[in-house]
Design a binder for this molecule. Sequence first.
Ligand code: ASP
Length: 410
Amino acid sequence: MGKKPRLGLASQMGIGMVLGILAGIAAPYFSWDAGWFKPFGQLFINLVRMVVVPLVFATLVAGAASITDIAKLGRVAVKTLLCFVVFTVLGTAIGLLMGDIFQPGAGLNIPMDNLTAKEHAAPSLGQVLMDIVPINPIDSMAKGRMLPTIFFAVLVGFCLSLCGEKTKVVTDFFNGFAEVMIRMTGIVMLYAPIGVFALMAYTVAAQGMAVLMPLMKLVILMYIGSLILMVAVYFPCLKYSGIGPMKFLKGFSEPLMTAFSTCSSAAALSSSLVCTEKMGASRSVSSFAIPLGNTINMDGTAIYMGLVTIFAAEIFGVPMPFDKQLTVVFMALLAAIGTIGVPGSGMIMITMIFSQVGIPLEAVAIVAGVDRLLDMARTTLNVTGDATAAILVSKLENDFDPARGAAMDA
Ligand code: ASP
């Protein structure tokens, strides 16, 4: 019996995306209500978020338990965090430079009537650190709070590795449970093409192209900035690890499309974990770096923060000398940590930068109209940065093996 040629999931998602955009463009002409598309898209987001906490917990415990060398755990943590800081700082710098050079806000005159925006209080560094330790780990998991969940999972795995043979049955359980959750992710992703179709159709139908025109320059610069970070920073890191750009884009296409269409890194987390490992990153590194990065490493959001701060400063005539731009870099680092992987959260967190450098918070309302388009780019970069870090750290730890994918598929 001959095998039927089947279209891969990534191609199906690509088709879903294109059809979704077309349906969104056609919607007003046929008087289709954009709201019709919404529940189908939301269902996809719910499905992928359903698997996140158990998947992350199980893979992290199993990953940390597999590291018997304690010094290695420390090294992986330091290298991963270093990657995150460097990527985020570079992202913000690219955003600021794009703004300085191309001045997207120059000559823009947007009426300010009825615009209000609330300041979002930034969490202090001390608070961020305190919040990492859960008083009640079950409560943190139930609420989907990733940082305390990660902290607890790493500790459980670490203790399992200390207990060794005595607790082998528990370690085996978590290994098995991680396999189950990876399988479930695969099943959930079968719905992805429909989910992506619905999300794209809803976005395009609800936004309408006319609203976007005045802010198009900003949107284009955001995409160019994202491309620069990808080509100038991520690709060389991946190349060093033995993965060419094309191979990466192919191997990582599912999380990329999930991130782009859902605007939620949390939604792309499970497939990101699986794909990164399939490309060759070790489980112990990726199960640490991907969930952690998903929570604190937001490189796309960093580009956005640099670029939109300059844009807003131009509109309101707020001078942005070099020292203020340095403040933006530092604030963006904190703001990115505070940004959670759901749609639009970067737009809320940017208010903490605005208030720091004296930009009226109304600026948020101006860019809000195009936020979805900006969010698509930043979320895509946010997940790419995590995968790049996981692959690079695996390579630096001599734990990178391109043959892993074939073994996982077997
Ligand atoms: N939506 C982004 C994410 O999920 C966060 C942001 O709004 O910048 O990664």
